[in-house]
Design a protein around this ligand. Sequence first.
Ligand code: AMP
Length: 615
Amino acid sequence: MSEQPPSPSSPTDGTDADALGETYFETVEMTPEPSTDEPATDEASTDEPATDPASADEGLAEQPTFAGLGLNEDLVAVLDKLGYEEPTSIQQEAIPRLLEGTDLLGQAATGTGKTAAFALPMLQRLANRQGARTPMALVLTPTRELAMQVSQAIHTYGKSMGARVLPIYGGQPIVRQLKELQRGVDIVVATPGRALDHISRRSFDLELLEIVVLDEADEMLDMGFADDIEAILDGVPRDAQRMLFSATMPKRIAKLAGRHLHDPVRVTIEHDGPAGGEDPRIREVVYVVQKHHKPAALARVLDVEGPEATIVFCRTRNDVDELTETMNGRGYRAEALHGGMSQEQRDRVMSHVRGGTTELLIATDVAARGLDIDSLTHVVNHSVPSAPESYVHRIGRVGRAGREGVAISLVSPREHSALRSIERHTGRKMEIDTVPTVADLRAKRLGLIRAAMREAILGAELDTFRPVVESLSDEFDLVDVALAAIKLAHDESSSDGDERDVPQASLDHSQGKGGGKKKSRPEGGGPNAGKRLNSADAGRVWVNLGRDAGIRPKDLVGAIANETSLAGRDIGAIQISARFSLVEVPAGAVDEVIDSLSRTRIRGKSPKVRRDAAS
Ligand code: AMP
């Protein structure tokens, strides 16, 4: 649970397909790892081959690369291993200037790749540094969740070079933080209040800082941290490099920047007003689901929409590989396309797509650039693209030459600010729809069977089957015979895969512009024991763990708040018996809670979870 302080012995095994979600803290000096566990290719993500299948079709402009921005080989290798194929816009603009030591004022929201934009130059400076005085960099973030997330990201980018990153935030025992600071930390990621606390205890010396970053500065000011930030910045050496990132640029941010940044380069990755390129023949649909429900949502949408051919966009090669495997496991004919594949492999994939043997092409933006596939009817954004322009490019893959197309975006609550940037860019409001339910799917399948039967009655030679019907008609009513035939056709046509409704999530605007989670989580034991949800809105979830398993209310609250879109305050009464527990949650969230808790561990045990019979 995120309440737990990160362990200094967190594994750093290098198998970081999605390393940003795993370990993020390491205070032990490490020896550099082997640069990659993937087979070496001559097509590093930073060096996309000119013979891309896309380029064969339309030709490619010269592509930006991480190496071209001035990053060193080690960092380029890390990014390659993470599957980043090319720098995002903010990375292209910010990294070269930051490497020169310039101050920066960046207007960019979460989802644009801004963390890597400031973290990579910071790590390069750390690598080039002779002195051992620490900490050399401080990143201030508005919430502890964001502090952990940013710390996790910097750790992932810097672990092969032995960078020591420490998140410090309120709510975690200060003694532990003091110990880690004493052992030596290169980069501190902190919430302003706790940072000041350490500064006043002299456990953290601002004088040594070479870089200071304000991340989501508008959020920090909104949360009342203005004085804390001023106090901290006043203590930072004059010649330290300063970076300020903010999703919005109100006057107070401009003033803050004016007071503390020296001759900053200004980078804006947000575009106001409508852009060209929109195509009314493209139906745009947004579904809001938690990240771990995206594959199930994708499967459901594909089943109901029945596309001819679909392209699904992911951010990284690793995401592409993972989703391809998942979708194949679910029975779809999916193939991956990304820059880590050889030209021969890519050509083969493209011929499968064009020949109709592959229905699902799962790709990175770079690999799919310029592709023109006639049969394509659907584009899916498995994650919201980092730049609004990419969205326009992605959806432009369908609706070509007057044909109709569908663009589907699977958006997690965290991605809401990126979605808003796209709306501002296209000048169109994106309608949020509900993921088709099992009932919708059934209705769709029955509709297809009806149409097929109609066709058979009208056209085909049915006499061969007449003896079967006639012999059964002696014994049964003809309608029952017809119903049985439909059932057989239905069972034949429907896969026995996942037939559960995909839990809906909502864009929680209280999460703030930066998208950092801000769930209120009750501290201490038994916070919800007496709380009641309005019974009309409440559902109850049964968990097979109780007092005998050492379960306390806060274990259940923590697990639910961590794993679902619910916050602690959304959870109602909790009843803990010796062998099981009952938790009251909003009725609409029961399925999501069951699904999420079933996959997690509570006090080290895998729980069995179901809807309580009485709810
Ligand atoms: P941020 O805007 O920093 O919150 O980053 C959003 C997400 O984009 C994170 O999951 C990063 O891992 C990912 N990301 C950052 N840069 C790139 C890139 N160049 N290519 C692909 N993914 C990236």
